[in-house]
Design a protein around this ligand. Structure first.
Ligand SMILES: [Zn+2]
Length: 105
């Protein structure tokens, strides 16, 4: 029997979702104790952001971007994004791993 399926490591929530950028967030400052939204994401997640978390993007994690889940409404999440993804318009959706989204409470 050929073993031609690719398995991803099992340390991830396996579902990915559609997200889009939330507009009007550039003047929002992170909660006290966090130096930036990327810092907020890293401390909540307990890991360093190593790359843009948009699926299949290999850009650098330049910023902690504010995103919303497509179809969910206004709930905001932080996701490490490269400048290119962070600059997408709010009508453009892209995919990301659900487990990488950190809710802004
Ligand atoms: Zn990117």
């Amino acid at each position: 029997m050929p073993l031609n399926k690719k398995y991803k490591p099992n340390n991830h929530n396996m579902s990915f979702i559609k997200v889009k950028n939330k507009k009007g967030t550039s003047d929002k400052t992170p909660p006290s104790g966090y130096s930036s939204w990327l810092d907020f994401w890293e401390k909540k997640k307990g890991t360093k952001a190593t790359r843009c978390e948009a699926l299949s993007c290999s850009g650098k994690p330049d910023v902690g971007g504010h995103v919303i889940k497509d179809g969910e409404g206004g709930k905001e999440y932080i996701l490490p994004l490269c400048f290119s993804h962070n600059n997408k318009s709010e009508s453009e959706t892209y995919e990301a791993w659900d487990a990488d989204l950190i809710a802004v409470s």
